[in-house]
Write a protein of this length. Structure first.
Length: 708
């Protein structure tokens, strides 16, 4: 049980590390002229961590392959090899191969498939290991006094005896230290070296005292040794000039919640590793002598890791702050909480209705107060489900990188609105539609460099992903600066296929909406990415299942923008209830603009609303409900995106919290219904699919027969 749990943790962490590795490689490629060591370190750290963890489970295939990748990256870190435009795609391929190996382990296979093994051997041949030593000045200097050199950092370094067994070369770390500045002095400490007869060739016995002249901060210096921090003892003593700088930084920190360790780490006087080590010592002391356990600041000062003046300044800052804590919650527990809140809302509605029917004023008042509390609990619980869309957007950096190379185009991806929050279920399900839209924009939207140059455009195309909150929901845009859609060609294709009547006059949005019809394509040739007339209809269907809409705007020669509007959540909404005949229907309250009285008008499909035409859908006719309409009805005016629609109903029942229940598969194809709910009386009500109703009200001539 414990081993299986540990393996699942390894698989999850490996996938996260591979995502980090990919992001760092892509970010490095974008900043090729401004090499950032932290990105190289992130790539190396991912490979090293996966290798070490895989070794614990005896996954020799992963260990062997990652070792070669790690060796190559070590050459990059030491400056012996450049991480250039030719090496980045190779490392991305290695990252993909590692991902495939991890997936093989996750599938429970003990052997590596032949095709995957052949691919790995081919990559190993391309990766190589490199043998250059890097040259440069000697790393071991003659012994000299260990007093700090003025203006220099002093590093007191003692490698653990097992560092060589763990596959690490101590000299490589000291060589890499030179990338941060000038090593003024190195003293080799060999007191632990035994007599020759007692020496173990696999053990390390050396330590070093190093004076480093650098502008780097403490965290950057420590990061050089981050892969051996658990296999060495490292003390970093700053130059005297840095102490006043640390104190000034602490005093300038904003008065926000922070712990002592956070304050010290934020100003750069200590590193996270030093804090963890001090906290471990503090915990051990508390276990042995709870009453006499030293404070964290005393431990850090005693270890020589931070000057007393800096700790005093941090303590003063801490007194002006208050502590804030946060915890992580498993997704399954959160989903269970939302389910329970939904049931609570249903039961509360029934209790409130019973209280009103009883005529007891005190009981009704108590239930009214309960309703407010339940709504507050609902809002708080729903906030816990909200996640940022940035992680989904981040995936497309790799998609754009790979596809642009495949099709021979230069394309830049710009992302904005990554902090926009959505229900986690929607975020998970929107990834596939977005992937298709991005690929389609790159293949058909953005022109080749030659055509762009002929049109006076930059050779590099631009693709934008943007998200923002809008009218109680979220708007996601996929925009390109390509050639735009050919309106007349799309319209001609629609008439050719019988989607549009020959005499029909369509708006631009209606014409562009034709490309969402199944099998519709105007591509001159089929590519690996698109052109077969499949995919866009699936995009619309998937978005409709999320109770969203998709629309297209395009300008010839300027580009195309696809706008996706989605609700914030799929679980619980504020609803507006209406009645038609014996049935009750629910509308999302944020889409309701107003309600107006409606008298008989001969069954027309539109009305004049303050000088503008408002299309109507009569729910009784739309769902073919029995019974005659009353003499006086109501129109519920809805706004969804740029579209407005009026629903003709028998009566208005008012607002109510609505718990969304999925439709039975038997009714999944019923148009205009997105789900069900339960009223306080126990009556089942239907939740209207507003995007489908809007589409039905504006469906092009010739397609109307297929709409019902």
């Amino acid at each position: 049980m414990d081993l299986e749990h540990a393996l699942q943790t390894f698989l999850a962490e490996s996938r996260e590390l591979l995502e980090e590795m990919e992001s760092a490689l892509l970010a490095h490629e974008e900043a090729a002229e401004d090499v950032r060591p932290e990105l190289v370190n992130a790539i190396f750290r991912a490979a090293h961590t996966i290798k070490g963890s895989a070794g614990l489970f005896g996954l020799d295939g992963i260990v062997g392959f990652t070792h070669v990748v790690e060796s190559l990256l070590d050459e990059v870190r030491s400056g012996r090899r450049a991480l250039d435009a030719g090496l980045v795609p190779l490392l991305l391929s290695a990252r993909d191969h590692l991902g495939a190996l991890v997936d093989t382990v996750a599938a429970g296979r003990d052997d590596v498939p032949a095709d995957l093994r052949a691919r790995g051997e081919s990559l190993l041949a391309l990766l190589g290991t490199g043998t250059a030593d890097g040259g440069g000045a000697a790393l071991v200097a003659p012994p000299s006094p260990e007093t700090p050199v003025p203006g220099c950092w002093h590093l007191s370094l003692r490698f653990g005896s097992d560092v060589l067994r763990h596959g690490m070369d101590p000299m490589a770390f000291i060589r890499y230290l030179r990338t941060l500045g000038r090593i003024v002095r190195v003293v080799t400490v060999a007191e632990a070296l035994p007599v020759a007869a007692d020496m173990d060739p696999e053990s390390c016995y050396l330590g070093f005292e190093i004076a480093l002249e650098t502008a780097a901060d403490k965290a950057a210096i420590e990061s050089v040794f981050e892969f051996v921090l658990d296999d060495c003892s490292l003390r970093l003593i700053p130059p005297a000039s840095r102490i006043e700088e640390y104190v000034s930084l602490i005093l300038a920190l904003p008065e926000e919640p922070a712990l002592l360790g956070e304050i010290l780490a934020r100003c750069g006087s200590v590193t996270p590793h030093e804090i963890r080590r001090a906290l471990q010592a503090q915990t051990l002391d508390r276990q042995q002598a709870p009453a006499a356990a030293p404070r964290l600041g005393d431990i850090l000062v005693g270890r020589g890791e931070v000057p007393p003046r800096v700790v005093e300044a941090a303590l003063a800052q801490q007194r002006r702050s208050r502590e804030r804590q946060s915890i992580r919650v498993e997704a399954d527990k959160l989903d269970r909480l939302i389910d329970l809140v939904g049931e609570l809302i249903i039961v509360q509605a029934g209790a409130s209705q019973a209280a009103r029917q009883s005529g007891d004023a005190g009981l009704a008042e108590a239930h009214a107060a309960l309703e407010g509390l339940v709504q507050a609990v609902r809002d708080s619980a729903m906030q816990l489900r909200m996640v940022k869309i940035g992680a989904t957007f981040g995936r497309f950096q790799r998609v754009v990188h790979d596809v642009s190379r495949e099709i021979g185009k230069r394309i830049e991806l710009q992302v904005s609105g990554e902090d926009t929050e959505l229900d986690k279920t929607i975020v998970e399900k929107i990834a596939d539609p977005l992937t298709h839209l991005v690929r389609n924009a790159m293949d058909h939207g953005i022109e080749s460099p030659e055509r762009r140059a002929a049109a006076g455009k930059p050779a590099q195309g631009l693709l934008r992903l943007h998200a923002r909150h809008e009218a109680g929901g979220v708007l996601i845009e996929v925009a390109d600066d390509g050639g735009g859609l050919d309106r007349e060609r799309i319209l001609a294709k629609g008439r050719e296929r019988g989607l549009v009547a020959a005499e029909a006059e369509l708006s631009d949005s209606q014409v562009f909406g034709l490309i969402f019809e199944a099998g519709f394509s105007t591509a001159e040739q089929v590519t690996n990415l698109s052109g077969r007339g499949v995919g866009m209809d699936v995009v619309r269907r998937n978005i409709n299942e999320l109770r969203g809409t998709v629309e297209i705007a395009s300008q010839p020669g300027t580009g195309t923008t696809v706008r996706i509007r989605l609700p914030l959540t799929l679980a619980i909404i504020d609803g507006f209830q209406v009645r038609v005949g014996d049935g009750v229907f629910v509308l999302p309250l944020e889409l309701v603009e107003e309600c107006i009285e409606h008298c008989g008008d001969g069954g027309r499909d539109c009305v004049d609303l303050r000088g503008s035409v408002l299309p109507l859908i009569r729910l009784r006719r739309f769902f073919e409900l029995p019974g005659a309409a009353p003499a006086r009805q109501s129109i519920v005016v809805l706004r969804h995106g740029e579209a407005r629609l009026g629903l003709v109903v028998d009566s208005l029942l008012g607002e109510a919290q609505t718990v969304i229940k999925p439709l039975s598969p038997l009714f999944a194809q019923v148009r205009g219904i997105s789900g069900t709910s339960i009223r306080g009386s126990g009556e089942v009500v239907l939740i209207l699919d507003v995007p489908a109703l809007v589409q039905a009200a504006s469906v092009p001539t010739g397609a109307a027969s297929r709409a019902h």
